[in-house]
Write a protein that binds this ligand. Structure first.
Ligand code: FAD
Ligand code: SIN
Length: 489
């Protein structure tokens, strides 16, 4: 197969970029499950933007830099904030119906923001954005969609990208492209506790690294303070907007412990709140308490969360919600400029897999959908389809059956990596343990996995989380002082 633009991933950045690219040439969009399977589809809180007359770009920039511990690329932050209103209006034009009041966008607040500036749709903003973008992409004649298609490796030679090797219908194939775009999202599945769905295995990051792409700030993994902590439940996210609407954090003694830990209390930057919860969890359970809000308000404002909690026997208008921090977002990634250009010719990256530098050492809430959108709007500025394909010969790898001993081993190691990463690269880190225990063991695992003859998606994803994990550990080891969400014990 051959195309002008090969886009890997169908979250907000891949879908949005596809709509722009389709105006310039032919697009093939591949995604490893169904189109809607993405982190985007899980986003609850909303998108940050300067949309209110009493707010200002200066304040949004300030909040972003403060959350990012001033490790951010200031130019990229200014670019994102400047383009934030336009990005929201684009979504509205495409059909996203953000909440309104008296014909004006209704805005909410989250941790680290000094102003109400989050546009939202109930507590399912991402699902609504994904639904609209999928609809628009499906309507476009220039876009070919390949679902259940797994990108295995990039096809690169002499620091130039020519497309990707894929697994589709149990066969390995090549897709050649003038431009290859990684929009593969995050890597939450590297950790045993995560808010991310199963697709988030760091594939794009690992593929790009194997091809020689520069990786930046990957030690900065953001842990969301409030995921549901029920033994039988996945780590379902309880949006920060629940705190934005007044929820308190309560320890096992019933104390509102954030009162004396930060001036913004429950709405302090995420890394601080997550760490304080982590400390309290050593003494006993931690809860969110929003029982002071009426049931009807909560059902209307947080319909999905209300419903989900009810399934686990929690009525949020009457009961405390047990919570724990969980791996949520990768602030770093493949280094790009503001046009998504990586250091590999014809290879671009957008969204969570990319590191534009806007988040610095810790992302400000709801800046992620914004970043993914603003930067993937950038095609008109620099990308040009060029027909200079060179056909490369590739190794024909054997596909391993799902029940093969190699696949069973990969599944076992997958779990071991997640547990190891949570223990050694989680909310608090110890460099000696990283050097002496975590890095050597993960190197051993990666070696074992890469020596296996043949491949399949399960094995490839396990190799990718091992590779991503190793990159995180090595970067964490190099950063000797605590900064943002990288916290040394
Ligand atoms: P994604 O939306 O994750 O899409 C990645 C795509 O790549 C998927 O389609 C995936 O299947 C595909 N893919 C991956 N690897 C391969 C491969 N090897 N081959 C083929 N396809 C592949 N951010 C905010 O700003 N506001 C919020 O309110 C918010 N809430 C969140 C709530 C939750 C529970 C989570 C998990 C995240 C939240 N975030 C939020 C973060 C935000 O959702 C993500 O950072 C953002 O959606 C990432 O978009 P993306 O396009 O980069 O990647
Ligand atoms: C949330 O709703 O708490 C998540 C927001 C985000 O990750 O930006």
């Amino acid at each position: 197969m051959q195309t002008n633009f090969l886009i890997i991933g169908s979250g907000i950045s891949g879908l949005n970029f596809a709509l722009h690219a389709a105006k310039k040439g032919e697009v093939i969009l591949v995604t490893k499950k169904k189109l809607i399977d993405s982190n985007t589809n899980y986003a609850q809180g909303g998108i940050a933007a300067v949309l209110d007359k009493t707010d200002s770009p200066v304040q949004h920039i300030k909040d972003t830099l403060e959350a990012g511990a001033y490790h951010n690329n200031k130019k990229a932050v200014e670019f994102m904030v400047k383009n934030s209103p336009e990005a929201i209006y684009r979504l509205i034009d495409l059909g996203v119906a953000f909440e309104k009041e008296n014909e004006k966008l209704k805005l909410t607040q989250e941790g680290g923001h000094h102003h109400k500036r989050i546009a939202y749709v109930g507590d399912y903003t991402g699902q609504e954005i994904e639904r609209i973008l999928v609809k628009r992409v499906k309507e476009h004649v220039n876009i070919t969609i390949l679902e259940n298609t797994f990108a295995l490796n990039l096809l690169t030679k002499d620091h130039t990208c020519f497309g990707a090797q894929i697994i589709r219908k149990n066969k390995i194939d090549n897709i050649f492209a003038d431009q290859t775009i990684l929009a593969t999202g995050g890597l939450g599945q590297v950790f045993s506790n995560t808010t991310n769905p199963a697709i988030a295995t760091g594939d794009g990051l690992s593929m790009a690294y194997r091809s020689g792409a520069k990786i930046e700030d990957i030690e900065f993994i953001q842990f969301h303070p409030s995921a549901l902590a029920k033994k039988t439940s996945p780590r379902f996210l309880i949006s920060e907007t629940v705190r934005g609407e007044g929820a308190h954090l309560i320890n096992n003694k019933g104390e509102r412990f954030m009162n004396d830990r930060h001036p913004l209390k429950e709405l302090a930057p995420r890394s601080i709140v997550a760490r304080e919860i982590f400390k309290e969890l050593k003494k006993g359970p931690v809860y969110l308490d929003i029982t002071h809000q009426p049931k009807e308000f909560l059902k209307k404002r947080f319909p999905k969360i209300f419903e989900k909690l009810s399934k686990y026997g929690i009525d949020m208008s009457k009961n405390l919600i047990p919570i724990t921090p969980a791996a949520h977002y990768s602030c770093g990634g493949i280094k790009t400029d503001i046009y998504g250009q990586t250091n590999i010719k014809n290879l671009f990256a957008f969204g969570e897999v990319a590191c534009t530098g806007v988040h610095g050492a810790n992302r400000l809430a709801s800046n992620s959908l914004l970043e993914a959108l603003v930067f993937s709007n950038q095609i008109t500025k620099k990308l040009k389809a060029q027909k200079k394909l060179q056909v490369l010969t590739i190794d024909r790898l054997k596909i391993l059956p799902k029940n093969s001993p190699e696949t069973i081993l990969a599944k076992k190691l997958h779990k071991e990596i997640q547990t190891l990463m949570w223990q050694y690269a989680g909310i608090t880190r110890n460099r000696e343990q990283i050097e002496k225990i975590a890095i050597p063991r993960l190197q051993e695992i990666l070696k074992k996995l890469t020596q296996i003859q043949g491949t399949n998606q399960i094995l490839a994803e396990t190799i990718n989380i091992a590779q991503a994990g190793l990159l995180i550990l090595k970067a964490a080891d190099l950063r000797k002082k605590s900064l943002g969400c990288h916290y040394i014990e």
